[in-house]
Design a protein around this ligand. Structure first.
Ligand code: CAA
Length: 286
């Protein structure tokens, strides 16, 4: 199977920039698309800062950083994805935004065999596949935050994904040095289906006043050896993203355990989004 040499990544937020970084470090030419000039510049800064941090921590040399940056190009025009063999969509966890991007990519990409992968955390892949003219080439490829650190990707074929698309996606994951598991096309797949109810339970504990955020986090860090407690993890994921994921899962299952608690909604409304806004269940220096 031919390795991917020309990758597209749409969206350069937390996830998109991580995916672009890992791919460029693996030697792949990566074109990154963002919607606005400011978003392109923010994405470029995020990627450069992450690579600089890698240099400071001795993970890569200055020369490797520069070579990696040389493999990254940025655009605001999805038409520039025309020559890509594989594209990962990593825009906001919003059904309308994702379907719009997939429709545009489907039109823009010249190679009819190119794979369109979505990094959705919770939207059924088939719902996104059927808006394109190539549903058999659409697949879920779910990365974990921080992408350069977490080994896992979930590969999520929909009911209409072709076997060749699954093979190529697994091959691409291997190219990136990731470990793949195959997950069902059900909202939340494997990991979020287990993780999200746990995170929401921690929010309910704070909401009911039964335990303080620090105690909840330290409890899971020291008692269960989790690298971070549930509220710190929510802050890392972003409370807005967590709310969107919980809403999709609640829409699918109608189970109260997936319903975003009122406290989570209020914090998102207040702009307390976690690390990215400097304040969530904990506070962070910029
Ligand atoms: N980019 C690159 N490397 C990073 C990084 C980043 N953004 N953040 C941390 N690292 C690396 C560091 O360089 C360091 O590497 P070395 O030990 O080799 O030097 C290592 O990770 C540990 O980092 P730190 O010492 O700075 O911090 P830490 O030990 O507290 O670890 C953490 C930070 C990696 C985030 C760790 O706490 C962790 O793994 N937490 C759990 C994260 C998790 O559960 N993610 C899944 C979220 S769910 C999701 O993403 C799915 C969804 O759909 C919502």
């Amino acid at each position: 199977m031919d390795p991917v040499t020309r990758l597209g990544v749409v969206g350069c937020g937390l996830m998109g920039s991580g995916i672009a970084e890992v791919a460029a470090r693996s030697g792949i030419d990566v074109r990154v698309a963002e919607a606005t000039h400011d978003a392109v510049e923010a994405g470029r800064r995020r990627l450069t800062a992450s690579l600089d941090r890698g240099v400071r921590r001795g993970k890569l040399s200055e020369e490797q950083r520069d070579q990696t940056l040389g493999r990254l190009s940025f655009t605001r025009d999805l038409g520039d994805m025309a020559d890509r063999q594989f594209v990962v969509e990593a825009v906001a966890e919003n059904r309308d935004i994702k379907t719009g991007v997939l429709r545009d990519l489907d039109k823009a990409i010249e190679d009819p065999t190119a794979v369109l992968a979505t990094n959705t955390s919770s939207i059924p892949v088939v719902d996104l596949a059927v808006v394109t003219e190539r549903p058999e080439r659409v697949i879920g490829l779910h990365f974990f935050n921080p992408v350069p650190v977490q080994q896992l990707v979930e590969v999520i074929p929909s009911l209409v994904t072709g076997a060749d698309t699954v093979r190529r996606t697994r091959g691409f994951a291997e190219q990136l040095g990731k470990q793949a598991i195959q997950a069902p096309d059900r909202s939340g797949f494997v990991v979020n289906a287990l993780l999200v109810p746990y995170l929401l339970s921690a929010v309910r504990m704070v909401e009911s006043g039964s335990a303080r955020p620090d105690d909840i986090d330290r409890g899971m860090e020291l008692g269960c050896a989790h690298p971070m407690g549930p509220l710190r993890l929510l802050d890392l994921i972003g409370l807005d993203t967590a709310q969107a994921v919980a809403e999709s899962m609640y829409e699918e299952y109608k189970e109260p355990l997936y319903a975003p608690p009122a406290l989570l909604r209020r914090m998102v409304a207040a702009g307390h989004l976690g690390r990215k806004s400097g304040r969530g269940f904990h506070t962070y220096d910029s």
